[in-house]
Structures are given as C-alpha cells and as structure tokens.
Ligand binder design. Structure first.
Ligand SMILES: O=C(O)[C@@H](CO)OP(=O)(O)O
Length: 215
C-alpha cells in the first residue's frame, strides 16, 4: 500500500495579512519557518523517500526544511501549485467589491466552470492535483512520498478523493503546515483506490496558525 503525506506550506506574510496569494507569492513568516521545522521533526522518522513540492516560493522553502530533516532530494511539480486566482491575486480578502466577491463565490458554490477572471476553475485544479498524485504510483515499490502544496489545492484533492465536489474544500480546515495522508489500497471489501487516512493534523505544531483565509 502506497502512503502519501500531504503538507500545506508554512504561514506566509500574505496569509498573516489576509491577502490572496494563488500563484503569486510571499515569504514564510518567522512562525511559518518554525512550523516547517516542526513538520520536519514530526516526519523525519517516517521513512519519507521523496519530497515533491509546488514550485512556488513558499512551498519551495517549506520543502527545503522538510527534505533536509528527512535527508531527501526535492523535485518540483507545477501541478501542485495553488489555484490560479486571476485578477484577485495580491488583494486583501476584506476589501473586495461586490462584483469581485461574486467571482470568488462562484468558486466555492459549485457554479460549473466558475472562475475568477484570468483564473482557473476548481475542476481544472482537481484534474492537475489528481494527475500529480497518481504519478506517485509510478515511483519504485516501497517509496513513501511527501507532497508540499497549498490550502485550496490540497483541500480539493482530499474532498474529491472522498467523493465530494471540489468546492467541498471550504469545509476542510487544512491549516498552514498541517499534515494529511492518503493511501492507495487494493481491497475488494474496502474501497479500492485512494483513501483518506488523516486530514489536517496539527498536533506537531506548538502554535498552529489560524487559516487566515477562513477564520
Ligand atoms: O492562495 C492563498 O492565499 C491560499 C488560499 O487558501 O492558499 P495558500 O496560502 O495555501 O497558498
């Protein structure tokens, strides 16, 4: 059975300021760096063989700290990036106009192909996240990969594995540096395919960040 660990990056400057990042970027805060070290401490004895990260700066930095603790190489996969939030990236979530709020809401209320102008739909996000996860099945037998990605991207992945729509990610609290795990199993009695073992564990963090876009 393949076990895949899923880690959201550490708290960033814009997470703390409640600004929308998407595929734009801001640096980890001091707390975000500390959270990444705490993930490293937590996972370093789990036999992680590969660290695979979104190529945005905040996930790169988080992955470097974790890979160092695990003694692994890192590979970068742009399919693990956060949802492209188009024209709303870099904006403060409390300062959106009514029209902008309407665009944002389309993403989370299931409007088919809903997207922020110049952004991506939840369906597109789900397709690329599943493709990246499924590629873990091609790793050598005995591998135990750890993926470093983002809040909506991982939420969408876990929700759709559970058979929920992608926008159910709003109902999952995946805080900065939370650890989730999904396993690929073959079982005639239980489900065959991906199953969710853990979602959003923060027990390794001394001070879990609030999820700034959800609090
Ligand atoms: O893009 C963002 O602002 C948030 C949305 O959840 O994602 P993350 O901080 O995980 O990259």
């Amino acid at each position: 059975m393949l076990q895949v660990y899923l880690v959201r990056h550490g708290e960033t400057q814009w997470n703390a300021e409640r600004r929308i990042q998407g595929q734009s970027d801001s640096k980890l805060t001091e707390k975000g760096e500390r959270q990444a070290y705490q993930v490293g401490e937590r996972v370093k004895t789990l036999g992680i063989t590969h660290v695979i990260a979104s190529d945005l700066g905040r996930t790169r930095r988080t992955a470097e700290i974790i890979a160092d603790a695990c003694g692994c190489e890192i590979t970068y996969d742009p399919r693990l990036r956060e949802l492209d939030m188009g024209v709303l990236e870099q904006r403060h979530i409390d300062a959106l106009t009514e029209e902008e709020e309407g665009w944002r809401r389309q993403l989370v209320n299931g409007t088919e192909e809903g997207r922020i102008p110049d952004g991506e739909s939840m369906f597109e996000l789900s397709e690329r996240m599943h493709a990246a996860l499924n590629d873990c099945l091609l790793l050598p037998k005995g591998s135990r990969p750890l993926l470093v990605s983002h809040g909506m991207a991982l939420g969408c992945l876990v929700s759709t594995i559970l058979g929920l729509p992608a926008w159910a990610e709003r109902r999952l609290r995946l805080r900065n540096c939370s650890i989730s795990r999904v396993d690929y199993q073959e079982s005639a009695w239980l489900a065959s395919g991906w199953v969710v073992e853990t979602a959003g564990d923060v027990s390794h963090l001394d001070a879990p960040a609030l999820d700034e876009l959800q609090r």
